[in-house]
Each structure stands twice: as C-alpha cells, then as structure tokens.
Design a protein around this ligand. Sequence first.
Ligand code: GLA
Length: 408
Amino acid sequence: MRILTPLSLAVLALASFTASSQSPRAPKAQLAPPQVVAQTPPMGWNSWNFFFEKVTDKDIRNSADQIASTGMKDAGYIYVNIDDTWEGERDASGVLHTNAKFPDMKALADYVHSKGLKIGIYSSPGPKTCAGYAGSLGHEEQDAQLYAQWGIDYLKYDLCSFIPDVMMKQTPDDKAAQMRMMIAAYDKMNKALKATGRPIVYSFCQYGWDAVWEWAPSVGGNLWRTTGDIQPNWDRIYDLLEQQAGLEKYAGPGHWNDPDMLEVGNGKLTPAENRSHFSMWAMLAAPLLAGNDLPNMKPEIRAILTNRDVIAIDQDRLGKQASRVYSDGEVEVWSRNLSGGAIAIAVLNAGDNRYSTHPFHLDLAKLGLHGPLQAKDLWTGKPVTLTQNMPLEIPSHDVLLVRIEAPK
Ligand code: GLA
C-alpha cells in the first residue's frame, strides 16, 4: 500500500479542489479532433535567451512586429513564445492570473494572431517554475483550459520544482518511482491539453534526463529538450551538439529532439560561430526558435536566420535528423538524407585553430558517395564540385554546408 506523505495529501487535496472548481467543459462529442502539429520542427522565437526574467507584453508585441516585418515570418518563423515570468497569483477558484508585466494575455494573443503568427507560453508540472513563479501542479486542466481560452498554440512544460518538491519528497529513494511520477505528470498535462480540442504544440523541458526521447512521444511530446541550458558561447554550443550524436533515430514528423533554443545573434558569437550553430541545428532537425533581440537585429544576423536553403534542410519533410558519420581531429562530418533522394553534408571545424586538422580531406567514400558530385554551398549560394579526398580549408568554428540533389 502506498503511504501518503503530507505533501501527497496536499497534492490530492489540490487536485480534488481543482476538479470541483473547474468551469464546465463542452461535451467531448462537440470537440473537433486535435489537429496534427509539428510535422516539421517548430520555428519561431522565444523570449528567454535574450530577455530572461525581464520580458514584458511590449517585448512580445515588438518581437511579433519584427518577425512579421523582417522576412522571418516569410522564412517560416511562426511561434512567438513567452518563456518563464509571465505568471501571477491564483485566485480563490484556482484560476491563474498574469502578473503586471502581462496585463491582458488574451489581448496579447489576439495581437500576435493578427500578425499571422502563433503564440506560445510556459509552465511547470511542479508548484513553481524555474524562476519561482506559479507552476501548474494540481491545476493542470484548469491551466490548459485557460491557455485554450487565451488562444495559446504552444506550451513549454519545464520540470523544475517537480523534482525536489514532488519526486524527491514523495519517493526519495526510489528512482524508478520518481521517473513514473514525472512521466505521469507530463501525461496529465498532455491529456489536459488534448481535452481542450485546440491544437497546441507540447514541448517538454526536463533537460534530457531519463532517456526522454524513448517515452516523450507516448505522452504527447512534440519536442523534448535533450540537454541542459544553452549559452551564447562556442564551447557550450559544441558541447550540446556532441550530445546529439546517436539520437537521430528518435526524431521524426510530430516528435523532435530539442538541443535548446538558438543563440544566433546573442553574446559574443563570431560570424562563423553563428553560421555553424544555425547550420548544425538545421542538420539536427532541431526546432528553430530564435532567441535574439529582434528590434536590434543586425543585417548579418538576419541573413543567417533567414537563409532559406539552410531552413529547407531543417524543415525537410522526411524529418530525418543528421548522423555524425566520422570525425578527424576536430573536424566532424555529418550527413542527412532529404526528401527526393537529396543529401545534406556539414563539415564542421570545431577546433580553435584553422590548421588543427590541416590539410583536411573529405572522404566521400565514408559517406557512401562517389565523386565527382555537383553540390550547392548553402552559405555562398554557389555550386561546388565534391571529389574524393578533396582538401578543404575550414576556418576555426566554421562550417561547409552543402546540398547534393543527385548523390551517387
Ligand atoms: C530552465 C529552462 C530554460 C528556461 C528557464 C526559465 O532553465 O531550461 O530554457 O525556460 O528555465 O526559468
């Protein structure tokens, strides 16, 4: 028999209170079946990587304006996602209100929708979010209904306080039981979202623990973080990239590995580093959620984020994530199969020195290919001919990204 701790009793009490305080829902028969979402990796922008806790309603509106006017929307960036720190307090009925930074969420969602864009929001299965704001524990159905009423299209659900406040407290010494609780918590919100009848992309954020890629799709995950948080420096970006090798078999239409949001245009990343980061996330079929200061975006950053050829790799409808085929010193060769029999190849010099692997020779045979091959360099836009063992000069932290339409 399970022993109920004071905390679990509190959770149960909260849950039953919530159930009795729910606003009446439409009978199931009247709901349209949820539409299929995330058939290609979601694209958009998220507030966290630039604004962190400071984000306001105005920042979201300004960012939506920029996405619509800079060509980003036309390039495929659709979701405008509010991360943590929008949450206020719950009222006596348990209904969550926004804080003063977000005076009217419905009006904000209407504004974002008026630009032809979609809007995302953030919560936690725990009592608190990572930044210490109200989480959804015990209010999952109520919150899902609220999101649907507001017109929310995307939810990032961040484990955070669920670990110490629920998992560790309820079953301190039983890792397997903790994992079951976590999966059940993600499934609870999954069911609550589905019950709204609104198509809502469901993004898991639990830092890649417990082989999340193996179970997330079964509880509605459209994407799941595979790592801890990204930072705008090369070492961290490369560290996250290295953790993706081998996860390719778990990605596909409707369910994607998420190596975290983009830092393109943030921190002190060099032009080569911004290009490589964007190229490799496209090779990984990663969600492309920009995280930069859009009103002050430099033309060269916009050019990277809106490179249609690179975006087409990410958004390829086959949804086959790249594999790391081989590496030589600090140069790595990744390849990805694309629809129509095409292939993308990325050759990345992850090292600090241009000559770290000098001279680097591209071994087409290791990729199962035979030169000469006609390809397009997706950063210069120019044709290139690839031959067996051709020497390549790739500057430090830069990448050669090519697409081959008819490989042989
Ligand atoms: C965690 C997540 C981040 C961000 C913050 C918000 O650290 O991994 O992406 O959402 O929480 O508090």
